[in-house]
Write a protein that binds this ligand. Structure first.
Ligand code: BGC
Length: 446
């Protein structure tokens, strides 16, 4: 029995500006916090930077042609804020805007629907110099930048994503410091979380105010939490993990505020959320869809000795090079959970994919069989969740091509197109052929 996805289901791929564009000094682009971070010693594996990345800035047309050849129906990309507003606010850089203008036109000319992410972690350095996400004004600057993009591209772009994975850029950027801007401070993390969510709400309001047609939502990072054993204590720990990881970023968007458990934890550490009257209403501005990113599951154990009350239990499944467990069932499981928890919102899977570092064989072919197996598993689970009632309308595979994997530099490959980072040659992998076939059939064998 073939597994067929619903009529009108869209198949796409996703990328992000700093991970693929390169050309960081060109056409008056301003610096972002990732340019700065990559220049600091020992921050990025092998001292890699996004200076060239996939050189997509110069090869955009070739890349769009490749997308068309693969049969993509939609493409999710992000705009580098500092390309269009080199200082984050104020003077607009028309050359930077022109790049995205041409990208959108190239996509539409090939019948590929653009899905535009406004923020995929590359805050303009000038705004970091003013305090970055710890500065409440950043939320307003973000809404102004968003309004500029609605104005310039809103006649052609009808799918907008405000923030990509606020949990990652707030906690990894401000608490553990392994991502830009490399801060380690819980008080700053609390501010960054709240101001990021405020920025999301303000950008949604600005979209409604722009009069543009189309839809807007947020993309969160997710993991499917599973209990390490079947005791009631562990079941409670799983709910706490969901509070800190999922409900912290979904709850306020759906009008439920931040989880009490999380607010109490931050207060107990003298790191309160700086919530002003009216903020939670702003953050709850109605959205049109929920963007779901998911790569794996996490096993959870109770840990009463810790402030949060839970910890990650050791993995039991085989690991991928990123350290994630191979857990293809996690996508369907998480989608079922989030769909039930928030009243069956319209969902786009804005990222799902596999780190598989397979290199070309002697014939030049890239047989990334681990990626192929896991992708099929993820899609089977997703199909099951849809059959159970989740309203999933699109799937964006991460990623179109191997790219700059943040603190891991170029050492981790997520692409269905292989990138030779010396020659910048693009070679579709076996998984790309498989994905094309899934798109063509709108499904696969069970
Ligand atoms: C991010 C991507 C990243 C991917 C794989 C997601 O968290 O949005 O930028 O490359 O995971 O690690």
């Amino acid at each position: 029995m073939p597994l067929t996805f619903p009529d009108g289901f869209q198949w796409g791929a996703a990328t992000a500006a700093y991970q693929i564009e390169g050309a960081v000094q060109e056409d008056d682009r301003g610096l972002s916090i990732w340019d700065t971070f990559c220049r600091q010693p020992a921050r990025i594996q092998d001292g890699d930077t996004g200076d060239i990345a996939c050189d997509h800035y110069h090869r955009m047309e070739e890349d769009v042609a490749l997308m068309a050849e693969l049969g993509l129906q939609t493409y999710r990309f992000s705009v580098a804020w500092s390309r269009v507003l080199p200082f984050g606010k104020g003077a607009v850089n028309l050359k930077g805007l022109d790049f995205y203008d041409r990208l959108v036109d190239a996509l539409l000319a090939r019948g590929i629907q653009p899905a535009l992410t406004l923020y995929h972690w590359d805050l303009p350095q000038s705004l970091q110099d003013l305090g970055g996400w710890a500065n409440r004004d950043t939320a307003d600057y973000f809404a102004e930048y968003a309004a500029l993009m609605y104005d310039k591209l809103g006649d052609r772009v009808t799918r907008w994503i405000t923030l990509n994975e606020p949990i990652i850029f707030t906690t990894f950027g401000h608490r553990t410091g392994v991502m830009a801007p490399g801060i380690r401070d819980l008080g700053i993390t609390a501010k960054a979380v709240h101001h990021a969510m405020l920025a999301h709400g303000k950008a949604v309001q600005a979209f409604r105010g722009s009069g543009r047609a189309g839809e807007i939502g947020i993309t969160n990072a997710n993991t499917s939490f599973e209990p390490a054993d079947d005791t009631p204590e562990t079941a409670h720990a799983v709910e706490l993990a969901r509070d800190f990881d999922s409900r912290l970023f979904h709850g306020p968007v759906y009008g439920r505020g931040y989880p009490i458990s999380v607010l109490r934890y931050y207060e107990s550490k003298d790191a309160p959320f700086p919530i002003w009257p009216g903020d939670m209403e702003t953050i709850a501005a109605p959205t049109d869809f929920l963007g779901v990113n998911l790569y794996s599951r996490s096993l959870i154990a109770a840990d009463p000795g810790r402030g949060t009350g839970y910890r990650l239990a050791p993995p039991t499944l085989p690991l991928l090079p990123m350290g994630y467990e191979m857990a293809p069932h996690a996508l369907g499981d998480f989608v079922r959970w989030v769909s039930n928890e928030y009243g069956r919102p319209k969902i786009y899977i804005t990222e799902n994919g596999v780190c598989d570092n397979t290199e070309p064989d002697a014939t030049g072919a890239v047989n990334d069989t681990v990626r192929m197996d896991l992708l099929q598993g993820f899609l089977r689970g997703l199909h099951g969740a849809i059959a159970d009632g989740a309203d999933v309308r699109a799937y964006y595979l991460w990623s179109l091509m191997d790219n700059f994997e943040w603190a891991f530099g170029y050492s981790k490959r997520f692409g269905i197109v292989h990138m030779d980072f010396e020659t910048l040659a693009r070679t579709p992998k076996a998984s790309a052929r498989m994905y094309s076939e899934i798109i063509r059939r709108n499904g696969m064998e069970a």
